[in-house]
Design a protein around this ligand. Structure first.
Ligand SMILES: [Zn+2]
Length: 633
């Protein structure tokens, strides 16, 4: 639905009273029943008590006042104070919520009670724990001079509050939002607002839950548009103590929504994977607050291969990569590629609700700083070297996008140099190789990912329209240097990693088909191993030295670093630019350990001219892989 009607009414600062001030290092001290100084929003009802009325229907009680003399800040406005004209159906934003018949209370009050009852049943139906009863104060926040807060609650309150300004869909979304906070408290009543994921999970989670109650609400998309306008903000992870936080924490709903779409029991189904959010809340139930390790473990428990934010290495030192599939990386690619088709062919890089809101979200891409849209044809004269200031990727789980446009007469190769500097110890950098077809449609031709702190890559430009460089922080943001320059006269060797489609450098979508744990360029073919190398560069390679190693695995003895045995060595003559070469080596499975049913393979290809080394893993038979590092033991 269109955003304007719902979002023209001011900001939502609904999480809590203390969201209005910067976070403190200490947990906010709970005061059961709230602070009287904060009024009926975050404290007990002020006197005179007789001026407050109560309406109870089933598990829901609404507390309100019509007495503008006693409570001028909190009395329902005249437009919302009238009782129903008789028994009427209550329909809000197209949802039939029930009937309103009590002539002793305002129709609005009864409507809010039905909104709450409906929201409770929605969350219960999705398998969440729900509170047995709910009290709503209809009031405003403090004196609310110029404030436009919509509602709020806190762990130590026995109620939520909803602004007297709201009715219709606005009221329903806020009721659903505050109720979901009460759902969250049933899993973990932490008040550690400085725990790293606190704001993102509490506010982003509640923003997402609104959409489960009213699918046309789509407020998470509006937050998402704002987030894409400044992707250098921390989306999820806020370093304690203090520091910037709120209101954009609500934008984390975009990430949770995408995570639910990707990893729900029914992938990209219409039920949007509530089971993913349920699993997250269940894992976050200890006393450590909302921490990253719990989120990683939750990710390990839901459907789909891959990890939250970390590559899996068998041996970092030897370049043996088990997986580069991460949600954080895929989400950043989705933010760029979504909306490039309907749907975008690789569903990891799309959103189910892309085209809601008149397509505003599908057309929105992450902000690129004007100086970081580069033209490749000018790079030969003016290489690009930029040191990102420490504040540019401002905290954990933030990113910065640089675009290299390959129109005109680009050099045959781009050289990309990356170095993480002060503070950034766990970067995740992705190069999107984007092709454009005759109709102007963009396609992700390849995706190169690295989690190393310092590297150089050469990217052939033929057939490409654009290279997009996404530099992302994970837990530790900081400074980095990025260099992009023209290059030529080099061999660029490629072998397809395991679980990737032929000719690409990234794993296939694990929800589209189970990973085979083989490389199309290193496979058993009859009684031989077939190995293939392609030169994507613009100059011939040197002679290639090839070494193939193997190791047997059993369920008790999984694939491990340093356990390789040589099963063959060979050499290949130089490969011309654009050509592939292939070699066959006789395969004799190593006989240790006894009873092995699957074997890991490792090919190491070294260009004798440049010294460049490629390492690719593959397997024969039923490989036993190491246990996930984020496994819940
Ligand atoms: Zn909230």
């Amino acid at each position: 639905m269109l955003f304007g009607a719902l979002f023209g009414r001011g900001i939502c600062r609904c999480g809590s009273a203390s969201d209005a001030v910067p976070l403190r290092a200490e947990p906010v001290p709970p005061r059961h029943g709230g602070d009287p100084a904060l009024g009926p929003a975050f404290g007990p009802l002020p006197d005179p008590q007789t001026a407050w009325a109560r309406y109870t229907a089933g598990p829901v009680t609404i507390v309100y006042t019509l007495d503008a003399a006693a409570h001028p800040l909190h009395a329902l406005p005249t437009a919302l104070a009238a009782p129903p004209a008789g028994a009427t159906a209550c329909t809000v934003a197209g949802l039939e919520l029930g009937r309103i018949a009590d002539l002793a209370h305002p129709a609005h009050v009864q409507s809010v009670a039905l909104m709450a009852a409906h929201s409770i049943e929605v969350f219960r139906g999705l398998g969440f724990r729900v509170p047995g009863s709910l009290t709503i104060h209809l009031c405003t926040f403090g004196a609310e001079t110029g404030a436009t807060y919509r509602g709020g609650t806190e762990v130590w309150l026995d109620h939520v509050w909803v602004s007297t300004r709201l009715d219709g869909a606005d009221a329903l979304l806020t009721v659903a939002h505050e109720l979901f906070h009460r759902v969250q408290y049933l899993y973990n009543p932490t008040t550690a607002k400085t725990s790293p994921l606190y704001a993102a999970l509490r506010e982003g989670g509640a923003r997402l839950a609104e959409d489960w109650v009213l699918d046309s609400g789509d407020r998470y998309l509006k937050d998402g548009i704002e987030f894409l306008g400044d992707p250098g903000r921390p989306l999820m992870h806020h370093a304690a103590p203090g520091g910037e936080i709120a209101p954009h924490s609500y934008a984390a709903a975009l990430f949770w929504r995408w995570l639910c779409e990707q990893h729900g029991e029914i992938p990209r189904g219409s039920d949007f994977g509530h089971d993913v959010m349920r699993t997250i809340l269940e894992r976050m139930s200890d006393t450590s607050g909302y921490i990253l390790q719990d989120l990683r473990e939750a990710r390990g428990l839901v459907a789909g291969a891959g990890h939250l934010d970390r590559f899996e290495h068998l041996s970092l030192a030897d370049g043996e990569v088990l997986s580069t599939e991460t949600d954080w990386g895929n989400f950043l690619v989705a933010n760029w590629m979504h909306g490039t088709a309907t749907p975008t062919p690789d569903l990891r890089f799309d959103y189910v609700e892309d085209d809601e809101g008149g397509g505003r979200f599908s057309r929105k891409r992450p902000f690129v700083w004007p100086g970081e849209t580069l033209r490749a044809e000018t790079l030969a004269a003016k290489p690009y070297l930029f040191t990102i200031p420490p504040g540019a990727v401002r905290a954990g789980f933030a990113a910065r996008y640089t675009v290299v446009d390959l129109a005109g007469a680009p050099p045959p190769l781009l050289q990309v140099d990356f170095a993480a500097e002060d503070g950034m110890v766990d970067p995740l950098v992705q190069l999107l190789l984007v092709r454009r077809d005759a109709a102007g449609q963009e396609h992700l031709q390849d995706l190169i990912r690295s989690d190393a702190a310092r590297w150089t890559r050469f990217v052939p430009t033929a057939d490409l329209a654009q290279v997009v460089i996404i530099v992302a922080a994970r837990e530790r943001a900081g400074r980095y240097r990025l260099g992009v320059s023209a290059a030529a006269g080099r061999a660029v060797l490629h072998m397809t990693p395991w679980n990737a489609a032929p000719g690409t450098s990234f794993e296939t979508d694990p929800r589209a088909g189970v990973w085979p744990w083989t490389s199309p360029d290193l496979m058993l073919d009859g009684d031989h191993l077939r190995l293939r190398v392609t030169n994507r560069g613009d100059a011939a390679s040197g002679t290639l030295r090839i070494a193939v190693d193997a190791q047997g695995t059993t369920p008790d003895l999984p694939l491990r670093a340093g356990a390789w045995h040589s099963v063959g060595e060979a050499s290949l003559p130089p490969i011309a630019p654009g050509a592939s070469a292939q070699i066959r080596l006789p395969w004799q499975a190593p006989r240790t350990p006894a009873g092995a049913k699957g074997w890991g393979l490792r090919a190491t290809v070294t260009d004798s001219a440049s010294g460049t080394r490629l390492v690719v893993l593959s397997s024969v038979g039923n490989l036993t892989r190491p246990q996930r590092f984020d496994a819940v033991l």
